[in-house]
Write a protein that binds this ligand. Structure first.
Ligand code: GLN
Length: 303
């Protein structure tokens, strides 16, 4: 398949949608990004990378980081982590507090903020440096040693992180935080601030297309664990829009409020699209449209 030609066709088709939606403003530093940006990249499991638009431009990965912290924790901890976090779609916004009380401090899944805080807490206990472990992993998998945190974004999120603080303290009240809340939040804010391009992220999610095998051929996850992470992405990766995303795109995917979305085609490639204008549920408008067009054009979905 001529991936470069397909990406160009997708880019042409989504041009009218690019710029629609609203840039996230609840993290003020994210509001400075131009909503008319658009990039898309595809990295094959063999290591070839194709891209269009702003595909080499780093952006704030935000919640896309949650896929990688889950994988790193699952690799070290196995099924133990599922005692502290569920694997059901939430049907609620990513930063919602209500469900947590009904469910005694056990977040619905690892991709809403509460669930990701539990995972970061665990990864911090397991490694002593959750954010550094994540950064090193992403540098290795993307093949880009300059992948790094954006301190301005991390500080902006910390300054306006009342909701995440509330979630973490609430879970602590149920005994679902091992470490000190401020330490866990610090690592969480920094993990979300990582800046990566579409090319970096398309490569970095390759281990999920290779059933758990890393870029250097070593294994991070068992085949079964890679299946589990992909399945949770499909059902929970785009929050309360996961049903619509599965319906339109038909791939495991994970979005972030920086406007990025990664998606995985097992055995074939990792995809990443970026456009900062978000819909009401926090997913990139042009990003979802581009992935919809891509799978519709190529027939490459998991269904
Ligand atoms: N850092 C963001 C937050 O915690 C991540 C949310 C997202 O990308 N959906 O609110």
């Amino acid at each position: 398949m001529d991936y470069q030609a397909v990406l160009s066709e997708v880019w042409d088709a989504v041009r009218p949608v690019v710029g629609q939606g609203r840039v996230a403003t609840y993290i003020p530093a994210l509001a400075a990004v131009d909503p008319r940006r658009f990039g898309m990249a595809l990295a094959t499991v063999e290591g070839d990378v194709y891209g269009v638009g702003d595909w080499r431009e780093p952006f704030s990965i935000q919640s896309i980081s949650k896929v990688f912290t889950l994988a790193l924790t699952l690799a070290r901890d196995g099924d133990a982590l599922w005692k502290r976090v569920g694997k059901e779609p939430s049907g609620n916004p990513f930063n919602s507090l209500v469900q947590l009380e009904y469910e005694q401090g056990i977040p619905r899944n690892p991709f809403i903020n509460a669930g990701a805080l539990v995972i970061t807490d665990r990864l911090q206990r397991l490694t002593g440096d959750a954010r550094g472990t994540l950064r090193d992993f992403l540098r290795a998998e993307s093949g880009n040693p300059s992948v790094d945190f954006d301190p301005v974004i991390a500080a902006s999120e910390a300054d306006h992180g009342h909701r995440n603080r509330a979630l973490a303290h609430f879970m602590a009240s149920y005994g679902n935080m091992e470490g000190a809340v401020p330490e866990v939040l610090e690592h969480y804010f920094w993990q979300c601030s990582l800046a990566m391009s579409c090319a970096d992220l398309a490569r970095a999610c390759g281990f999920l297309a290779r059933h758990g095998q890393r870029a250097d051929g070593s294994r991070l996850l068992t085949r079964s664990q890679a299946k589990q992470v992909n399945a949770v992405m499909l059902t929970c990766g785009t929050y309360d829009a996961a049903g619509e995303f599965a319906y339109r795109v038909g791939l495991p995917g994970k979005s972030g409020v920086g406007g990025g979305i990664i998606a995985v085609i097992p055995n074939r490639c990792g995809l990443c699209v970026w456009s900062p204008g978000l819909d009401a549920r926090g997913n990139s408008v042009a990003g979802v449209e581009a992935l919809d067009r891509f799978t519709t054009l190529t027939g490459l979905s998991i269904f």
